[in-house]
Design a protein around this ligand. Structure first.
Ligand code: NAP
Length: 493
């Protein structure tokens, strides 16, 4: 139960109209003004960290160290996306000069990205800072030139409220238009639905469950004017243990994976939920070692009772399926709302025939698929739904011997890791956090890294405009000094 009142339809309407007015002026603000606003938010959040962390600890059950590093990450996102905003590469500015030829004249054409309009953001329960109120989606939308309306996650409503106050104060300090940022509460689906369906909403950022993301995506598609919903809905992040690499160090590999599976009670969308190997003595050694680690792992309190209950239900459902055998369960009794680390196994054939086993069990759970041979592993890879990540544990020889498998894996994920673990998502330009459906609703974009700004913008082409009337980004003299593609050549000239 939230202590905050759910937003009424009238309040939503007022907020959305204000956001629209804010958009009309904010879209003309310079890149520097937007970037300064984002840096001011980062500084304001940093200044209240000692107030913020204990509130978030209480609401999310996440430990202090984890929340401190998440807050640091959030400030880094705001600052680094602010730098990217000003640098302007995301604008993809291009200029094709006119050709004054009597047979084949060509007009002057110039293109850049412009903001979409008010963006509704649904924060993630498992990242109360980095993917919530002042998180990645908010930072990207502000950089793109869009006002933001956050629907607070009810599992950390107080934390969200404090962060929202900080953003509002930063907005006042930077003379931002009224309505540049709004924060609403809602404990049922109604508030979120009304925000997505409102005429003034132009895009949605979402991180959470498949059920939630897909429902909002479908609603947005049914609107009179459909809008994009960028939903990150998690995945099972398959790991392929190729025979050469597995034979080198099955026990060390098992230890590495036990750590990744149980990290933060498994509450990461990049948690390795599926591990595949060829059924042989090396895989058996891996399974035995992994089982020992999992038996020793302590149950951990989950983010909120709803997620703990979902873990119990989804884990039981997975374990009840035909031919699924439990390998190991933590030897410690879980307390209320704690998740019990669990590893199970199944044959490749049973996995291929049972779609229930392809579903995410959000928490410290992983299924080992014992494939009869590499052909069966390839069949599993070919059947795999879209994923945020896939991992190959492989020697160079393994890769050379299995090129079709490697190609197959590449084409159903957003990030392909070799000899590592999928947990741990760096914030940088080359990161891709987004994959084919159902991992996300649009595999062409990322929700981590400054390229995420592009989600909330669209290209606009100016034809034959005089230089003085063009935006600075496209003027002949390049007053902002940004990179642009001029007559097919990238230049800052
Ligand atoms: P969620 O249930 O998808 O909720 C996320 C947000 O979306 C909440 O604000 C929720 O509002 C809203 N929402 C959900 N369904 C909606 C609908 N049909 N219409 C309107 N609004 C809707 O996610 P969660 O509470 O964070 O966790 C539940 C499950 O999501 C987990 O067990 C896990 O499987 C998955 N999850 C995935 C990720 C990921 O990284 N992709 C992260 C966290 C959780 P209300 O809460 O008010 O209903």
């Amino acid at each position: 139960m939230s202590i905050f009142k759910d937003a009424t339809p009238e309040e939503i309407n007022r907020v959305m109209e204000q956001s629209w007015s804010a958009f009309i002026s904010y879209r003309t603000y310079t890149l520097r003004q937007r970037a300064d606003f984002m840096r001011t938010i980062a500084a304001a959040l940093g200044a209240i960290s000692t107030t913020l962390i204990p509130v978030a600890m209480k609401e999310t059950n996440l430990p202090e160290a984890r929340l401190k590093s998440e807050l640091t990450r959030t400030l880094f996102q705001l600052n680094s996306y602010a730098d990217a905003c000003e640098q302007g590469n995301w604008l993809e500015a291009s200029i094709d000069r006119p050709i004054d030829h009597h047979d084949n004249p060509k007009p002057d054409l110039r293109k850049m990205r412009v903001p979409l309009g008010p963006v509704v953001v649904f924060g993630a329960s498992n990242f109360p800072f980095a993917y919530s109120t002042a998180g990645g989606d908010t930072a990207c939308a502000l950089a793109a030139g869009c006002p933001v309306i956050v629907k607070a996650h009810p599992a950390h409503a107080r934390t969200s409220e404090i962060v929202a106050d900080c953003i509002k104060k930063a907005a006042a300090q930077c003379n931002m238009p009224e309505g540049i940022f709004a924060h609403l509460h809602g404990t049922g689906f109604e508030v979120g639905e009304n925000l997505v369906m409102h005429d003034r909403t132009r895009a949605v950022g979402f991180t959470g469950s498949y059920a939630g993301g897909k429902a909002l995506f479908d609603q947005a598609a049914r609107r009179k004017v459909p809008i994009p919903v960028f939903a990150e809905m998690g995945s099972i992040n398959p790991v392929y243990l190729l025979p050469g690499k597995l034979a080198e160090s099955p026990v060390e590999m098992a230890k590495l994976y036990a750590g990744s599976i149980t990290l933060s009670a498994g509450q990461f969308c990049t948690n390795p939920g599926l591990i595949m190997g060829i059924d042989n003595a090396d895989l058996q050694q891996f399974i035995t070692a992994l089982g020992k680690e999992i038996e020793r792992a302590a149950p951990a309190t989950m983010l909120h009772p709803g997620i703990a209950q979902a873990f119990v239900t989804n884990r039981s459902k997975a374990l009840e399926q035909d031919e699924v055998n439990i390998i190991a369960i933590s030897q410690q009794q879980p307390e209320e709302n704690q998740a019990i680390p669990t590893i199970a196994s199944v044959t490749g054939r049973a996995f291929l025939n049972n779609p229930v086993l392809h579903q995410e069990v959000f928490g410290p759970y992983s299924l080992v698929v014992k494939c009869k041979d590499l052909r069966e592993m390839l069949a599993v890879a070919a059947q795999m739904e879209g994923q945020l990540t896939s991992t190959l544990m492989a020697t160079e020889e393994d890769i050379q011997d299995n090129l079709l498998l490697v190609e197959t894996v590449k084409h159903n994920c957003g990030r392909i890791i070799i000899n590592g673990v999928p947990t741990g998502v760096e914030v940088c330009l080359s990161m891709q956090h987004g994959g084919p459906f159902p991992a996300t609703t649009d595999a062409r974009f990322t929700s981590v890294g400054a390229d995420g700004i592009k989600r909330f913008s669209r290209p606009l082409c100016f034809q034959n405009w005089p230089d003085s009337l063009l935006p600075d980004e496209l003027k002949n003299g390049n007053p902002l000094g940004i990179w642009r593609t001029v007559n097919n050549e990238l230049t800052r000239a």
